[in-house]
Design a protein around this ligand. Structure first.
Ligand SMILES: Nc1ncnc2c1ncn2[C@@H]1O[C@H](COP(=O)(O)OP(=O)(O)OP(=O)(O)O)[C@@H](O)[C@H]1O
Length: 522
């Protein structure tokens, strides 16, 4: 066969598929017209470990991917190094050669003649391509020279297909990881405690809005469960199989905001060494949760508004328009109305986000949820902490927890349970010190009472104070108990109750005592 035709066609065949086993098979069919080749196999070699791995094998009938590893003995490794000056070596019997013997034994092609082609790319030795003859035929020098012509294109094709396999493997692993983490996230974020009690109304709204694609604005103090509710909306929507991507707008530095949200092309700015998809693009087909939306700077607000209006974005430094299919849920603990009035938040963006606002009540307004939340967190945390026992509560523990105002809401309760578990060493959980040691605040519903200025050694009993106070009222009214401006009126109590109390405390009153309460002129 003409050398040029042989070279051209064999090269076309080896490059015809990125699946190297298939490319070998096609090559084999072409080459056996000119040389007596019955099988081809590809072996990678790792000089650091001395392991040879057979990764592909083709006969005229079949081709397959395999993974068979052999640890080569020292003598064989040395031989491989020594033979590196010859690119295609002829072996008259595969059973007698230290390199081909272990490889061909596995493939069932001992006692054949073989051509062994070293594959070197950019000075790096990748491994060998082995051509085995039919059992009753032998390769000769002219066959070796023909095959030598193919060394360079074969090395390039094999190197490309190895890279392709590595990338495919990485992609499969990433997809697998992604599925795993999505499941984990859904498991961890699944259960909304109090859905039938303190959050009943909230969950009713959630159920109503979930099937739609309308934007939702979640409002509530820090730690009330805004992200949890956002996940619940996602999980109840038709987007549940798509991604749920959360962005904490307050945690992204201003200089990185554009690239984080919208992505960038390679070279878009110093340090953009590769193309990167932004959070919007990652959320395509699913839900984008914009947490702490009130922290967005004015510049980012404009860009966000544009993307929400047009449903199209361009990566930084890019020209391609990317169509978006996302549902946006935003959340904040800040008063957006007030921010708008102070020109800190754009009105147009506010109204676009606030299509369906849901207010999540703070924990202090749903104290009845505390017992089930505490049990939920005890179970969750003791599983995470791998405790071998189920912690119990001290008899008055729940009462202590219910007396506290929980300014940090559910997150604070969750952390309190975790801290108690760490400190308890198996004893019943008693939150007394934890709650009060860390909680200088009083429940906000309790009005603030100014501490009276009491001098320690001048401390009166409550009865004494009452006596003095009633007498003061009687002095003021000239001894009159009932009527406008009289003592009962001044003290704002029923005159009958006042009389009863004065009798009990021994405060003189009535006509006989009237003089006592009239100021005498000296
Ligand atoms: N109803 C609930 N049932 C069970 N766990 C809850 C509930 N609400 C909140 N949590 C848990 O409390 C923690 C805080 O909730 P989340 O992060 O959703 O609050 P947030 O309002 O988004 O907080 P922030 O304002 O700080 O962003 C999370 O671990 C969450 O799983």
């Amino acid at each position: 066969m003409d050398e040029n035709i042989f070279f051209r066609n064999a090269t076309l065949e080896i490059c015809s598929s990125l699946e190297i086993e298939k490319a070998l098979w096609k090559c084999l069919w072409f080459m056996q017209e000119g040389i007596p080749v019955a099988q081809m196999s590809l072996h990678l070699y790792d000089a650091a470990t001395g392991i040879a791995e057979t990764i592909a094998h083709a006969t005229l009938d079949d081709y397959r991917v395999i993974s068979s590893k052999v640890l080569l003995i020292e003598q064989t490794r040395r031989q491989i190094e020594m033979q590196r000056t010859i690119r295609v070596r002829m072996v008259s019997d595969t059973a007698d050669d230290p390199v081909t013997e272990p490889l061909c034994r596995y493939l069932g092609c001992l006692e054949r003649s073989a051509l062994i082609m070293d594959l070197v790319i950019e000075g790096k030795f990748l491994g060998v391509l082995s051509f085995q003859s039919f059992p009753d035929e032998q390769f000769n020098e002219s066959h070796r020279q023909m095959v030598s012509l193919l060394n360079e294109p074969f090395a390039i094709a094999v190197s490309n297909s190895i890279r392709y396999r590595q990338l495919k493997h990485l992609k499969d692993m990433l997809e697998d990881d992604n599925q795993y983490f999505q499941k984990e996230l859904q498991l961890n974020r699944g259960e909304v405690i109090g859905a039938e009690f303190g959050l009943k109304n909230t969950m009713e709204y959630v159920r109503q809005v979930s099937p739609t694609d309308s934007p939702v604005l979640l409002l509530g103090e820090t730690g009330v469960g805004k992200e949890l509710i956002a996940t619940a909306i996602h999980n109840l929507s038709h987007r549940r199989e798509g991604p749920f991507i959360a962005v904490n707008c307050g945690a992204i530095p201003e200089s990185l905001m554009d690239s984080e949200l919208f992505g960038h092309e390679k070279g878009a700015f110093t340090g953009a060494i590769a193309q990167k998809r932004g959070r919007f693009e990652r959320a395509n087909g699913g839900t984008l949760f914009l947490d702490e939306i009130g922290e967005l700077n004015p510049d980012a607000q404009v860009k966000l508004l544009r993307v929400l209006q047009e449903k199209i974005l361009e990566r930084l430094g890019g020209t391609e328009s990317i169509k978006l299919d996302i549902r946006v849920i935003a959340a904040t603990h800040r008063d957006l109305d007030d921010m708008m009035a102070k020109d800190l938040f754009r009105q147009d963006l506010y109204f676009r986000l606030k299509v369906f606002p849901i207010v999540i009540p703070p924990l202090r307004y749903r104290l009845a949820d505390i017992p089930s939340l505490v049990h939920h967190f005890i179970q969750k945390k003791s599983t995470q902490m791998k405790l071998h026992f189920m912690p119990r509560l001290a008899p008055d523990a729940m009462e202590h927890l219910m007396q506290y105002s929980w300014p940090g809401n559910i997150r604070e309760l969750e952390n309190t349970v975790e801290r108690a578990l760490i400190l308890s060493h198996g004893a019943p959980l008693n939150f007394r010190e934890l709650v009060f040691a860390n909680a200088p605040e009083k429940r906000p519903s309790t009005p603030e009472i100014e501490m009276p200025k009491i001098i320690e050694d001048d401390f009166h009993s409550l009865d004494n104070v009452m006596v003095e106070h009633i007498k003061a009222a009687l002095y003021k009214s000239g001894g009159k108990v009932e009527g406008k401006g009289a003592a009962a009126d001044l003290l704002n109590i029923n005159p009958r109750t006042l009389r009863h109390r004065m009798r009990k405390l021994g405060v003189p009153f009535g006509r006989s005592a009237q003089d006592l309460y009239i100021k005498k002129e000296d």
